[in-house]
Design a protein around this ligand. Structure first.
Ligand code: HXC
Length: 513
């Protein structure tokens, strides 16, 4: 046979993965194949494959007769919106996408290239975990990947898309990356599946309940973004990348294609209810400040009392962290602190300025929170803000009470500009609680305790339920009208564009984990 023809045929057969029947099964389950996913993810015609003919070298349990070119993972590079991207896509049609040492080596090669060339890695995961027939060699392959995930953390963005059942080692590499995307109904993540769970703990649970997209979006917080199918999740990944730089030495791309509906500026004044104890949706405030349709919420269904996500201000990426009065009155608890901290650290790693919108009544009290470690978890958010060197601006819309005031990007922990609306209340605690403590004796001695409490509450509120004590001490830089806020943010971030702030020389800090 003609040698060129031979090559072309080899190429074609490598594209078949585990064969037509398994591809058909993959499609019947509503899933695309590994190769189809890559082609959809990358700009048309840009994919360059590496290692299409690589095969494993194992012989145990008949593996020597089960060889597939590429060994169950499609790897290579290409572009998304014209920017270089490295990608690996596990092929469930080949031995369940299981990871052999060879399969791992292919992924490692892509990761090494990505770090050396400063471009993101996207992993399309669809794998039954370590290739059981290979034994410890495949475990070592996983460890090779985990090592690289960790070393690449904060150097290049790493995104993991879960597109099938991912079990065992297949979940730990994604867990080490920056963001996890999951597909409803077809993707699962668990350290051990329902059968093992039943044997060990006698719990009966479905794959969906144990480790489906919803369970990880709402309960564990492992999943950052949920999509309804393979096509949608790939669109999400392409979109979210536009908010990120290629690596930690660069800035996120700046687009001139943005719009802002001026009417939002007028409406912003009426978002806060007159009664300070009533909730409102902080997303409305966020949406009113940023470029139209630019908000991409991260972790939308987890710890809803804090809202985090990417947005744009005049075409430039910012990271938004906002307390959400519409959920648990916006208190900080364990989950919201973890969620906020992780997002702040991503933004700081990749030079994304931070905007904090604050309306926080404090930390959530109680034995549940204390015994599960709100002290350490709350400290994560404090630590994350305090160590962030990117430009940071805070806007206090309403409550800024107690330790939570300090934590939410206060000036003393390094925020560059702190604004407050006239409705801001910056105090150690709410007026009632404060009056009950500091006027305890006076209230007890009064003939009418209730009336005295009310009087003292009003006295405390008069003193602190406003932004002016803080402004007098320079703790707040400026008290601003809600409709002035967008412009203040635009010029503020512009002023901070060339900010240089460095951490003291150290190996690394010791964030309370
Ligand atoms: C080798 C595997 C495999 C694996 C699946 N297959 N997982 N082969 N090693 N880990 C093969 C199956 O034998 C089958 O081959 C084909 O892939 C498709 O699998 P099915 O079971 O038919 O598919 P499905 O019903 O969709 O179930 C998918 C699954 C299930 C949920 C992933 O296969 C499963 O539970 N696999 C094992 C998961 C697991 O326990 N992994 C942990 C490995 S230990 P045929 O030829 O029949 O089509 C590990 C530790 C690492 O990963 C720790 C690092 C920290």
């Amino acid at each position: 046979m003609d040698k060129n023809q031979h090559l072309l045929e080899k190429r074609e057969s490598s594209k078949l993965g585990g064969g037509e029947a398994r591809i058909k099964r993959q499609h019947e389950q509503g899933k695309l194949t590994a190769r189809e996913r890559v082609l959809l993810l990358l700009d048309e015609g840009s994919f360059q494959e590496i290692g299409a003919f690589v095969e494993h070298r194992s012989t145990y349990f008949g593996l020597d007769k089960m060889k597939f070119p590429g060994d169950g993972v499609v790897t290579g590079y290409g572009t998304i919106h014209g920017r270089l991207i490295y990608v690996f896509s596990q092929d469930f049609t080949v031995l369940g996408g299981s990871l052999s040492k060879t399969h791992a080596d292919k992924i490692c090669r892509i990761m090494d290239l990505a770090v050396q060339n400063g471009a993101p890695v996207i992993g399309l995961n669809d794998s039954g975990g370590a290739r059981i027939q290979e034994g410890v060699v495949s475990l070592a392959g996983y460890a090779d990947i985990f090592f690289r995930n960790t070393r690449a953390s904060g150097v290049i963005p790493q995104l993991s898309v879960i597109m099938g059942p991912c079990a065992g080692g297949a979940v730990y590499s994604p867990a080490l990356t920056d963001f996890i995307f999951m597909v409803e109904d077809t993707s699962y993540m668990f350290v051990t599946g329902p059968n093992v769970v039943k044997t060990v703990t006698h719990e009966e649970v479905t794959s969906e309940d144990l480790g489906g997209a919803k369970a990880h979006a709402e309960k564990s917080g492992v999943n950052h973004f949920t999509a309804s199918n393979d096509v949608e999740v790939i669109k999400q990944v392409r979109d979210i990348l536009t908010y990120m730089p290629q690596n930690a030495q660069e800035l996120a791309p700046h687009t001139t294609q943005f719009s802002f509906t001026e009417a939002k500026n007028k409406a912003i004044q009426s978002i806060l209810p007159d009664n300070v104890n009533l909730p409102y949706d902080i997303r409305k405030v966020v949406e009113s400040l940023i470029d139209d349709d630019s908000f991409r919420e991260v972790h939308e269904d987890f710890a809803k009392n804090i809202v985090v996500g990417f947005a744009r201000l005049e075409g430039r990426t910012i990271g938004v962290v906002a307390n959400q009065p519409a959920a648990l009155a916006g208190v900080l608890d364990i989950d919201s602190s973890r969620k906020g901290a992780r997002f702040v650290r991503f933004c700081d790693s990749f030079n994304i300025p931070l905007l904090v919108i604050e309306d926080v009544p404090g930390f959530l009290p109680g034995t549940d929170q204390e015994w599960r470690g709100i002290i350490s978890h709350g400290a994560k958010l404090l630590y994350a803000f305090a160590e962030a060197t990117v430009p940071r601006i805070t806007v206090i819309t309403r409550k800024a009470y107690g330790g939570a005031f300090d934590v939410m990007n206060s000036k003393s922990i390094g925020a560059d500009l702190n604004f407050a609306w006239p409705t801001a209340e910056i105090a150690v605690m709410g007026a009632k609680g404060a009056a009950e403590i500091i006027f305890k004796r006076e209230i007890a001695a009064a003939d009418d305790h209730e009336a005295k409490l009310k009087e003292k509450e009003a006295e405390y509120a008069e003193m602190f339920a406003n932004p002016y004590r803080a402004a007098e001490r320079g703790i707040i830089d400026e008290v601003i009208l809600p409709e002035e806020t967008r412009q203040k943010l635009i010029v503020g971030f512009k002023m901070l564009e060339n900010k240089v702030d460095t951490l003291p020389k150290k190996k690394h800090g010791n964030i309370p984990l």
